[in-house]
Design a protein around this ligand. Structure first.
Ligand SMILES: [Fe+2]
Length: 234
């Protein structure tokens, strides 16, 4: 059965949530769900008659609170998945580079892509890669908190660039209305690392970002370290 795939958007933090499923077995996976859109996501899962196997976090987000725990309360045997390098007490699976997750006839493979944070993971499913905040469309994640490192991110993105050029890139955010890209486009046109930019120049560019802290960081990070458990009952 072909892969069911649906990008979903949360406009306040410009976050993409991705729903993937095998329509024959009804097994589903959700990547980076957001607390404020959890009712929308639950309604879609119920409408389609899907059962949630895995709730995947690409990393501990700083700009929004996850709905992992509330979703798990609804879909009780779903497993919360997050990179093993993260400081978290709530995950069912601490996933490592090369580990796989199956739903129906489909497989997701984890790739460790630290740099934006120390625990960032990307996930490959067929011709798609979910890059979290490691590789963004024409940009990349900031590296100035949560163990971030521009040097490490350079290596991680270069590793993503070894995927086939035709691989579709689905990031955790886009602030300019774009939905997806491809590895080829980002290798050539990414404004931070595309066109063969050297590591020293990439590090200079990342460290020159000078962004203000996300407004919710002091609430979001502690909440996400417990998979959004603090918002249960809201
Ligand atoms: Fe992030």
């Amino acid at each position: 059965m072909s892969l069911f795939f649906r990008p979903l958007f949360e406009k306040e933090s410009a976050t993409y949530t991705y729903l993937l499923a095998d329509l024959q077995t009804k097994e589903a996976v959700i990547i980076d769900p957001v607390d404020t859109t959890k009712q929308r996501d639950i309604a879609l899962l119920e409408e389609l008659g899907l059962d949630l196997n895995y709730i995947i976090e690409t990393h501990i987000h700083a700009d929004h609170i996850t709905s992992s725990c509330p979703l798990k309360q609804k879909f009780t045997h779903a497993k919360i998945v997050i990179g093993a390098a993260n400081a978290t007490s709530c995950a069912d699976i601490l996933i490592k580079d090369g580990n796989t997750l199956n739903f129906g006839t489909h497989t997701i493979t984890a790739i460790a892509t630290p740099g934006h944070t120390i625990g960032c993971m990307s996930f490959v499913c067929g011709n798609k890669v979910f890059t979290g905040d490691a590789l963004l469309i024409r940009s990349c994640g900031r590296c100035d908190f949560q163990g971030g490192s521009a040097e490490t991110l350079f290596t991680s993105i270069k590793r993503l660039f070894t995927l086939p050029d035709t691989t579709y890139v689905y990031p955790a955010h886009d602030y300019n209305g774009r939905i997806c890209s491809s590895i080829w486009e980002e290798k050539v046109f990414n404004t931070m690392i595309g066109g063969g930019v050297k590591k020293t120049e990439f590090v200079h560019r990342v460290n020159a970002m000078k962004l203000s802290l996300p407004a919710k960081i002091h609430v979001a990070v502690p909440a996400n370290q417990v998979c959004g458990a603090k918002i249960i009952g809201e």
